[in-house]
Design a protein around this ligand. Structure first.
Ligand SMILES: [Zn+2]
Ligand SMILES: [Zn+2]
Length: 335
């Protein structure tokens, strides 16, 4: 079979590799789709930490079970599944407190830019009936967005600001609506993405090139501010702006991946005086099962615009750099 291996900055190679054999407790998956994440681009550019080299990457994938190892009981051949790639060790301080996604010593990663993967059963999730591989590959990003909404302490009836309408912004918008947000205000300069956001449930869309987001939020909330803000862009100006958009006692959540060396400035007196919280969010762990169960309620396929073959995995990842279309992915095994 063939698969992509990352050897270091700008060095991603598609190679022949042995077809994995599932040992006891493992599931062999024939992969159909692996979505390209902005994190993959950061890894390729050498701007994101990786534990060891070489490594297989791609953490948003779905496919079909073709074989199960001894003792596997939750899935069988023919099931459509997705995978929690970033699984914790299961026994450290953080894993035992339900923070598997922050585990300092995670399980070895089995990336998804390859034709087959053998994965421990506990990392494999059966997709709901009728969910396509493309939609199923979004389980991990949906989990990220579920976690972000939890970090925002979102309550039904809330007014929420989402900054950025990329694949994550448009997913967090939908998840926030499902979690009970009454009003979502979406800020996005790209016309196509902004309109998609409106269709997916944003009550108010703002083009930050033409109108001030702060003024729009103040007007929509009668000067109170939003209950929470979810920043999905990772750029310093919007990161610095988000705590100023929330009401007293509200929360600004950092979902976007910024440059590792970026520094943002906040006014600590304002955070103190208005009891504003800033929360980071990276991940998925406990949220994966709920994310998978929510897929039938979410528009996921419409977030994809460009499919590539495995040989063009690099182009699929580099596509995430530009503003053309939306999410890119690699299709495998003739999917
Ligand atoms: Zn991702
Ligand atoms: Zn752990």
């Amino acid at each position: 079979m063939r698969g992509a291996v990352f050897y270091g900055k700008n060095d991603l190679r598609v190679e022949d590799m042995p077809l994995p054999q599932p040992v006891a407790g493992e599931v062999l998956i024939k992969i159909q789709v692996c979505g390209a994440c902005h994190t993959d681009l950061a890894i390729l550019e050498g701007a994101y930490p990786v534990r060891s080299l070489p490594i297989t990457i791609g953490h948003e994938y779905a496919g079909t079970v073709v074989e199960v190892g001894e003792g596997v009981s939750s899935v069988r051949s023919g099931d459509n599944v997705t995978v929690l790639v970033a699984a914790g060790c299961g026994h450290c301080y953080l894993c035992r407190r339900g923070l598997e996604h922050l585990c300092p010593n995670p399980a070895p990663r089995r990336g998804g830019y390859m034709e087959y993967a053998a994965v421990p059963e506990r990392q494999v999730y059966k997709l709901p009936q009728g969910v396509s591989a493309l939609a199923g590959s979004m389980s991990e990003p949906v989990g990220v967005c579920l976690h972000a909404v939890e970090r925002a302490r979102l309550s039904p009836g809330d007014t929420v600001v989402v900054i950025g309408a990329g694949p994550i912004g448009l997913t967090v918008l939908q998840v926030a609506r499902l979690a009970g947000a009454k009003t979502v205000i979406l800020s996005e300069p790209n016309d196509y993405r902004r309109e998609l956001g409106r269709k997916l449930g944003a009550a108010l869309v703002v083009d930050p090139r033409r109108e001030g987001l702060a003024a729009a939020v103040a007007e929509a909330t009668e000067g109170v501010g939003a209950d929470s803000v979810l920043e999905t862009v990772g750029l310093v100006p919007t990161l610095e702006e988000c705590p100023r958009l929330v009401r007293k006692g509200g929360t600004a959540v950092i979902v976007g991946v910024s440059a590792q060396e970026a520094t943002a400035r906040y006014n600590p007196f304002d955070l103190f005086y208005r009891e504003v919280a800033i929360a980071g969010t990276i991940g998925v762990g406990q949220q994966m099962a709920r994310a998978v169960s929510l897929l039938p309620e979410l528009e996921m396929e419409g977030l994809f615009s460009h499919g590539f073959e495995l040989a063009d995995v690099r182009r699929a990842i580099e596509h995430r750099r530009g503003g053309e279309g939306l999410k890119s992915y690699v299709r495998l095994n003739g999917a």
